[in-house]
Ligand binder design. Structure first.
Ligand SMILES: CC(C)(COP(=O)(O)OP(=O)(O)OC[C@H]1O[C@@H](n2cnc3c(N)ncnc32)[C@H](O)[C@@H]1OP(=O)(O)O)[C@@H](O)C(=O)NCCC(=O)NCCS
Length: 143
């Protein structure tokens, strides 16, 4: 059975670690503002197990209030099956109703740029490097 809902960071930290910080200490999967009251964590669960996750944080882009998308992941072995896309669309739809901002941005791994583009995101920076992770572009979308 598949379920998509808001969740606690505790429900997704292992998934985040497995996909995004493999081989590094579990603490490396913690994100600044994970515990902030305004942060919203989302997951897609299959038979009760989190298999895709993302987090939305209050932030700014070019001095405008904006959601920052962080920790976007689909489980190893389950990528390319529509899970991440379904969750991203759910979270964008949810954020649109919340009134904080109609702008969302993220630091996208180069390998994921095509994924975000499927959902209307556009590259809005030069390429830059994130130490220990690799090359990224900043991307944004209007909700
Ligand atoms: C990027 C990621 C979250 C996408 O989730 P996913 O479940 O694999 O993606 P989906 O199967 O839902 O794909 C949705 C659509 O995006 C496309 N897509 C998925 N990954 C893509 C990629 N890396 N490049 C181009 N297109 C991609 C799919 O083909 C699909 O298109 P379609 O609707 O036309 O068929 C997932 O692959 C992942 O966790 N990757 C490793 C970690 C990572 O890079 N996270 C993002 C950090 S910024």
């Amino acid at each position: 059975m598949q379920e998509i809902r808001r969740c606690s960071v505790g429900e997704i930290i292992n998934l985040r670690h497995r996909v995004l910080r493999a081989g590094r200490p579990i603490e490396s999967a913690n994100l600044t503002d994970d515990a902030a009251e305004s942060t919203i964590h989302y997951a897609l669960f299959e038979d009760g197990k989190a298999v895709s996750c993302l987090s939305l944080m209050h932030s700014q882009l070019d001095s405008e209030s904006a959601w920052q998308l962080r920790g976007m992941a689909a489980d190893v072995g389950l990528q390319g099956k529509g899970l991440g896309g379904k969750l991203l669309k759910y979270a964008m739809d949810d954020a649109r109703t919340l009134g904080f901002s109609n702008l969302m941005w993220c630091n996208a791994r180069i390998t994921a740029v095509g994924f975000y583009e499927k959902y209307g995101w556009k590259v809005c920076s030069e390429e830059f490097d994130v130490p220990l992770v690799g090359p990224h572009f900043k991307m944004k979308v209007l909700l």
